[in-house]
Design a protein. Structure first.
Length: 216
């Protein structure tokens, strides 16, 4: 089935969920599934993230696991929708990665987590932001690969070396699902990305991150 959307060297983007299957192609290191979130979810998450700040971070064995601690405190409608959505995304990632375990984190983010552009040292990672700005990533053509491993005192200095063309930086939005290959994938150098800077602005993100753990 042909996926309707953007097809560029190294990445694919579409509003159809089938775009995730494009990650099976050896030349594709990142896919973006563009989708909308329920209208009331942002308001419900804004209230929730100030009352239940603890982040859920566990290694889950599939298909039997419990997400109740991740969405504790949300209104029933938001909790039901999020629990189902996370479960469906985990199933998609597990199918792509042929994984029986995934490391899953979910919760409110208030700090600048990973300000430097980097590649994750694993096979696959899924990231979606339910509230706030999404992950920033770079097409391969905008990356100076030899600068990725250079150390710098300030992430800003490192990013200036890594980013070949600042106009090419992609900014995921709330609801958009990114699935990336990492540095341990046999067919890819991995997708280059970073968390958006939010600390100075006081903004809050609610983020789901799911990663393969069978890479040791």
């Amino acid at each position: 089935m042909q996926v309707q959307g953007l097809e560029q060297a190294g990445w694919r983007s579409s509003s159809h969920v089938n775009v995730l299957e494009q990650l099976r192609r050896s030349e594709v290191s990142l896919v973006s599934w563009r989708r909308s979130l329920p209208p009331m979810l942002a308001e419900q998450l804004t209230t929730w993230d100030s009352r239940y700040p603890a982040e859920f971070d566990r290694i889950l064995s599939l298909p039997n696991y419990d997400l109740s601690a991740a969405t504790h405190g949300l209104p029933d409608s938001a909790r039901a929708w999020l629990t189902l959505d996370i479960a469906l995304l985990l199933a998609r990632l597990a199918g792509l990665a042929d994984a029986r375990q995934l490391r899953v984190s979910f919760g409110a983010v208030r700090a600048d987590q990973c300000p430097k552009y980097h590649v994750d040292y694993l096979r696959y990672r899924l990231i979606t932001t339910y509230l706030g700005p999404g992950t920033e990533w770079l097409p391969d053509s905008a990356v100076r690969q030899d600068a990725l491993d250079h150390s710098a005192e300030c992430p800003c200095d490192a990013n200036k070396e890594i980013v070949r063309d600042a106009r090419a930086v992609r900014h995921a939005v709330a609801g958009e699902v990114l699935v990336m290959k990492g540095g341990r994938h046999p067919s890819s150098r991995g997708a280059v990305h970073r968390s958006p800077p939010i600390e100075a602005s006081g903004r809050i993100r609610v983020v789901l991150i799911a990663s393969t753990v069978d890479d040791s």
